[in-house]
Every structure is written in C-alpha cells, then in structure tokens.
Design a protein around this ligand. Structure first.
Ligand SMILES: Nc1ncnc2c1ncn2[C@@H]1O[C@H](COP(=O)(O)OP(=O)(O)OP(=O)(O)O)[C@@H](O)[C@H]1O
Ligand SMILES: [Mg+2]
Length: 322
C-alpha cells in the first residue's frame, strides 16, 4: 500500500527459467508472484520469505528477495526523482542479523526504509495501543504481541514458526495418508484450506475433486482439513495465556476483552469462537477478526508512515538510509 493509493497483494515467490526454452517463453529472466506459480513447469521457484523471514542460506535467495521487493516497489509506480520511503513488516521476534540483511537489500532499492514488527503495525493501524493482544496468523509465522502503551519489546512478543505453510504441508500429508493414490501438492492443499479451512465443529462435509492417475474424483476430506487447521491452535492458546500474565493484574481483564486476530490465517472458520472458549477462565474474553486481514499490517504501516515523520522512525523499528 502506498500513500498514492496503491494496494496490491503479491505471492512472495520468484521464478527463474529452468533453461533456454523458459527464457524464450517468458522473454524475461525472472517472474514474480502468482505468474511464477502458474509457470512452475518451466521455472525454478524460490520462496525467499518462506519462514516469514529472509532466507539467509544462498545468494540466489537473496537475489530473489531483492527482485521481489523491487517488484513490489514498482507496483506503487514511483516517478523518476521520487524519494521512496518504505516500511517492511517482519515477524515479531525476527533476529537482528536477519533484519540487518533485509535492510541491506532495502537500502539498495529505497531512499529510506524501516523493518518493524508486523503485529505492532496491525495494532498501530487499529489504534489498539494499550491493553490488547494481537494475533497475526501469516504464512510463515504466527506473531503474537501484547500492547501495553509502549513500543513492544522482546518480552511482549512471540513468534511461532508453525503457521499457514505448516497447515498446508500437514494437509497435503494427511490427504496422502488417507488417499495414497491422490496427487497433491502443498499449493493445492493451500487452495483447499483457503476455501474450506475451519477449526472446531465441522459445519458441513468437505468434498473436493482430487486427481488420481490423472482423473479427478470427489474425495471427502473434512477430518483431514480439521486436523491440519487445528495444528496451530494449542500453540496460540499456550502463548496467549503466557502473554496475559505479563500484563499488570488490573489490566488483564481489559486485555482479554481486546484479542485481535489478523493475517490471512485469521480467516479460518471457527477460530475466534474456539479461542474465546478455550480462554474463558480468564474473564470476559472477546476475540475479533480484523475486517481486512491480509492488509491490516500494511494499512497500519502506511498510517504510521504518513503520521510519523521519517526522523522518528528509528524509535519504532530498525532504519537505514536518509
Ligand atoms: N480464507 C482463508 N482461510 C485460511 N487461511 C487463509 C485464508 N486466506 C488466506 N489464508 C492463509 O493466510 C496466509 C497468508 O496470510 P498473510 O498474507 O497474512 O501472511 P504473510 O504476512 O505473507 O506471512 P508472514 O506474516 O508469515 O510473513 C497463507 O497461509 C494463506 O493460505
Ligand atoms: Mg504477515
């Protein structure tokens, strides 16, 4: 999202042609986003942010991250001579070395940039800066953040590594176990989860067309979807419980009445109810989903970027540039 009205969503994947035929077909040396997935038969896919943070392993992943960020910046259509200032959300507990590596890339591409905790950006955007708990369920990580009226520190934030991608591979494996002949990939599992994902009591049987031996046939996968989606629940509850105790006792009542679910994974049907039920011993629990979960972190970052002069950004996150 940009202050000139850009609002785009890009899958964080970069594809490179496998050989000269691919280069010819693409007429480019790389492609970013959904198009790369569609053309996966002739491009090698790189997911440089797969675990929510920058992969530090290879030069190719760093290159992919650079191309991804460059592509995202181009979507905001900067004009020649513009001073580009950007905020990049990272998991709450991203390591210092990871943030620095990311800043080295953003520094090449923008005049001024900041990396900052994503759930904190969600809280900022919703103006929930005190006595609230933000649960941001992404693809690579779930980030939980206790808001206490100050910039959250390490004790107030938790990053869990089992999130949307974990559900997808669990679901793909569960389907393979139930239906060994079915051909399934994590990408296909993700599509199924995005459409049918739920936790708690099933509201309907889930039947999808899956292919075995090349032929599509209906398969019932209610149990598999439920098991996969519920793999993230107990970790969330455990860690929210732990964060509740970090509030002063007189603030705990208000904090549990302000639990906010954000990120794409917050759309799992039944999740708000299941969390509220599991936490009911803590008082008047209220769990709400943000209205635009995919963009809520981004919207908060844009709000901060427009409200707060860049000279102050270094009080909020790690910055580079001038
Ligand atoms: N309707 C839905 N039901 C369940 N999950 C969904 C739904 N829509 C999207 N998701 C999941 O949300 C995740 C993407 O959410 P989001 O865009 O918030 O993540 P991200 O910010 O890219 O990841 P991270 O925060 O880990 O870097 C994916 O795992 C996707 O499958
Ligand atoms: Mg996220």
């Amino acid at each position: 999202m940009s202050n000139r009205g850009a609002k785009e969503m890009v899958r964080s994947v970069v594809g490179y042609p496998k050989d000269i035929i691919g280069v010819k077909l693409l007429d480019r040396t790389s492609i970013v986003g959904d198009e790369a997935l569609q053309k996966k038969s002739y491009v090698n896919l790189h997911f440089p942010l797969e675990d929510g943070v920058l992969k530090e392993a290879s030069e190719k992943d760093t290159q992919a991250a650079r191309e991804l960020i460059q592509h995202v910046i181009s979507l905001s259509k900067p004009q020649p001579g513009d001073r580009v200032c950007g905020i990049v959300g990272v998991p709450a507990r991203a390591s210092i070395s990871n943030k620095n590596q990311l800043l080295r890339i953003t520094d090449e591409l923008m005049s001024f940039s900041m990396v900052v905790s994503e759930p904190f950006m969600v809280a900022y955007g919703l103006n929930k800066l005190t006595n609230a708990i933000i649960i941001d369920i992404g693809a690579g990580t779930i980030d939980i953040c206790a808001m206490k009226g100050t910039i959250p520190g390490p004790e107030e934030q938790i990053t869990l590594m089992k999130a949307g991608n974990h559900i997808d591979s669990f679901l793909a494996n569960a389907i393979t176990e139930s239906y060994p002949d079915v051909q399934i990939t994590p990408q296909l599992a993700q599509k199924i989860k995005d459409q049918y994902g739920f936790v708690g009591q099933p509201q309907q049987d889930i039947v999808v067309n899956l292919r075995s031996g090349g032929k599509p046939r209906p398969h019932e996968i209610t149990k598999e979807v439920q098991m996969a989606c519920e793999t993230i629940v107990s970790d969330i509850i455990e860690n929210v419980e732990q964060l509740i105790t970090t509030f002063d006792p007189e603030d705990q009542e208000e904090a549990v009445s302000n639990i906010i679910l954000a990120g794409g994974g917050s759309r799992l049907a039944g999740l708000d109810g299941l969390l509220a039920n599991s936490l009911q011993e803590y008082g008047q629990v209220n769990v709400v989903r943000v209205s635009d979960p995919i963009f809520s972190g981004c919207a908060g970052a844009l709000k901060m970027a427009t409200e707060l002069p860049v000279d102050y950004w270094n009080q909020v996150g790690d910055v580079i540039g001038s």
